[in-house]
Design a protein. Structure first.
Length: 316
């Protein structure tokens, strides 16, 4: 039974070698594991497993990052995860620590090889000599493994079967942060009769007042930019450049929460709640850039506010 192994293959190599359909290694808060030539219990390693997908996605082979060391479903905390690192093929289906995970949650642990130690006597002293066992062609090994999930009556946290443990079982949460800079705007002024006659209405730009900063004192609903930075010219074309006013950007947090309830092997109910702009951040949109307009320099419209979408799906 090995207590150390080597995991030196890169993520992209594993994706190809094990025909991975979904890469989930980036979902955790930590970075992916680097090459490790002495993997010890509790270290983070790659694992290949088949998991159900989101929405209508069927179960598929995924690459994930897990910690080596099983925490049984009946354990009250994860402190013992460094002890259960190997299971015997003869007893894995009946041992209390492994049998539920063996029945429902199996995985593959890619490895480049593993170490075994043999006792040797040299000059009257005993020592252990490590031997590295690996494939002769340099190919990857695939250890059979089992894993546990963090919440629910059949896992290692909230295992007492209470309403809280059932409520937290099979829950999926996700979120996105959306940030964009604003589209630049062009100042202009209202055309008079002479401008319309020569066909230049709608394309007239004002003069740029060089002593005034465009952004000074701006950023508010009533004064998005410095209105004094532009002035209407007299009888000549203005000097203001196109796209010289920075437009309002977008900052939005979106979140999704779903829970699945199984009824036997073939039927399940999924309930999902999705929120866009969950913190209801005001998204400024239109800006009046027409010199001498009554709303010149002001925000004239707003983008989408917070929205909720609820979905229920019954699979049979």
């Amino acid at each position: 039974m090995c207590g150390r192994f080597v995991s030196a293959r890169k993520r992209l190599e594993l994706l190809e070698e094990f025909s991975i359909e979904r890469d989930r290694t980036a979902e955790g808060p930590d970075s992916e594991p680097g090459p490790d030539y002495n993997v010890a219990p509790t270290k983070r390693v790659f694992a290949v497993m088949e998991r159900p997908g989101e929405d209508d996605e069927p179960p598929a082979r995924e690459l994930r990052v897990v910690r080596w060391g099983l925490v049984p479903f009946w354990a009250k905390d994860s402190s013992g995860g460094g002890r259960l690192i190997n299971a015997r093929a003869e007893t894995v289906a009946v041992k209390p620590a492994f049998r539920r995970a063996f029945a429902k949650r199996r995985c593959i642990l890619p490895a480049d090889g593993y170490y075994e130690w043999m006792a040797r006597t040299e000059q009257g002293k005993q020592r252990k000599q490590p031997y590295f066992i690996h494939r002769g062609d340099g190919g990857a090994l695939a250890f059979a493994g089992v894993y546990e999930l963090p919440f629910g009556p059949d896992t290692h946290m909230l295992t007492n079967g209470s309403w809280l443990s059932h409520a937290l079982a099979n829950i999926s949460m996700s979120g996105t942060f959306y940030f964009t800079t604003g589209e630049p705007l062009t100042p202009h002024y209202e055309a008079n009769i002479e401008d319309v006659a020569r066909g230049s209405a709608g394309s007239l730009r004002p003069d740029r007042v060089q002593s005034q900063s465009i952004t000074a004192g701006g950023g508010t609903i009533r004064n998005w930019f410095n209105q004094a930075a532009f002035t209407q010219p007299t009888g000549v074309y203005g000097t203001a450049s196109r796209y010289s006013i920075p437009g309002p950007g977008t900052v939005s947090f979106n979140a999704s929460l779903s829970k699945s309830v199984r009824f036997g092997d073939m039927r399940s109910l999924e309930v999902r709640a999705t929120s866009s702009n969950i913190f209801n951040t005001v998204q400024y949109a239109g800006v009046d850039t027409t010199v001498s307009s009554a709303t010149y320099g002001q925000i004239t419209s707003a983008g989408q506010m917070r929205q909720f979408t609820f979905l229920a799906r019954y699979r049979f």
